[in-house]
Design a binder for this molecule. Sequence first.
Ligand code: CS2
Length: 517
Amino acid sequence: MLMARNTVLAEPALTDKSDPDLVPRLSAEKLATLPPAVTRPRFAPRSLTTGIVHLGCGAFHRAHQALVTQHAIEQTGDRRWGIAAVAMSRPDVVNALRAQDNLYTTLLHDGSEVRAEVVGTIREAVHAPSDHLGVARRIADPRVKIVTLTVTASGYCLSPATGRLDAGCDSVRHDLQCRSNPHTSIGMLVEGLAAVRRGGGTPPTVISCDNMTANGRQLRRAVIDFAALRDDRLADWIERNVQFPCSVVDRIVQPATSTDAAVTRNWLGGLEDRAPVSAEPFLTWTIEDFEGERPAWELGGAQFVSDVTDYELAKLRLLNGTHMLLAYLGGLAGHGTIAEASSDPALRALARQFMLAEQGPTVSLAEPELRRTVDDLMRRFRNPAIRHDMSRVGRNGSDKMIPRVIDAMSDNIAAGRPTPAAALLIAGWIRWFDACGADDAVMELIDDRADSLTELARGIADPHRRASEFLRRTDIFGTLPESARVEREVGDALAELTRDEVATVVRRRLLPEFDKE
Ligand code: CS2
């Protein structure tokens, strides 16, 4: 049965059958009694005031920005940087956090060992749809100096064809009509910034932490376009006064599994935590320099640079692009996780070839650094303790194609370099629509464009025609150079994937030096 869902994968808080009254819960009071091996905040969480509003209180934020902020506060003792973490749709995580004084455990798995750290930077957990105060009023609080976002590309309400706000989409239309109760992050930001302007205050700096090209500039465009639909003077004020630095985040994170819940309980000496997160130890956060007050994030693991472009291209094309390759082809080959797919000899060789011979030459890393980065990435992908499943990594492929695959493919075509792995990745994604519909499907199809793409996939049996129709979707692929050749290569790969084993199709495209590895 096809399970198309037009929403991002929800992050459920762990459900637990135990009686909440009988199982002691993680709480501020119990922090001092935690076993010594557990790292805990070196400040009293309740002593923080809220200086940051974060939109998108998912696992990623809690294992990344919230932790970097904790380490920065520990270094400086500056208590102004508590976070109001806003869940945009589901209330589960908010409810779980509230019942434990907004504390939660981050488990860091390096593949052989686990470390546990309790995080205490979330000052308030907010469920946007039921929040009485309203996210905009929180943003407008003069103590709030920073707004960060992890809402995925679709949360920016931009039209891929124009790069401008999609003013026709239902949620944007709703937010324009119903200003006091916006549903989108863009509507919330504009309403909050409008309140700052009315009050004559200094606006917060707004930092995108989503995996997108030039994320700060895209966010700025969306916010200014939205504001202009309300009032040109507001748009002008935002343009002149609000900073939207770009930032590049990196850490592989998974929502905690039930095994993690049990592991957490052991670490916490029997205390219950219903909102733990699990991640790899690796973490980077590269932020474009900006003016104004902020936590000393550089003391907590972040770095500030004048231009993030090189970091962004390397991250999106090497890590995120290869994740897509492993998810689609790995899923078709029957693997359940990225770790399994990257341990499969044929896929491992293809992933290396894709990074070293296709994506790598389009990013500005010198050969030795590129090789080191690829070796590190392959190690990170193989981390057996991270159950990074295919549905999660493969979701919203239609939003991810251009920045993670097509931009590099276009650069390669312009430079005369062949792109067999990228063509196979695209074919794998197109085939994914059939595979998710199979009776024994283990992957779930999650994509904002799932309906129209499923219809397209079902309507055309011939692989070459189907490849051409998909590739003509400019909202997904933009305008490809040498499109006839790309259509033929993707069509060939799709025909082979329909007929042959994935490993056989992969091996036909391996260059000798990778096939031997
Ligand atoms: C993944 C990312 O799901 C995905 O799209 O590629 O979440 C990836 O794990 C992170 O960007 C790693 O920093």
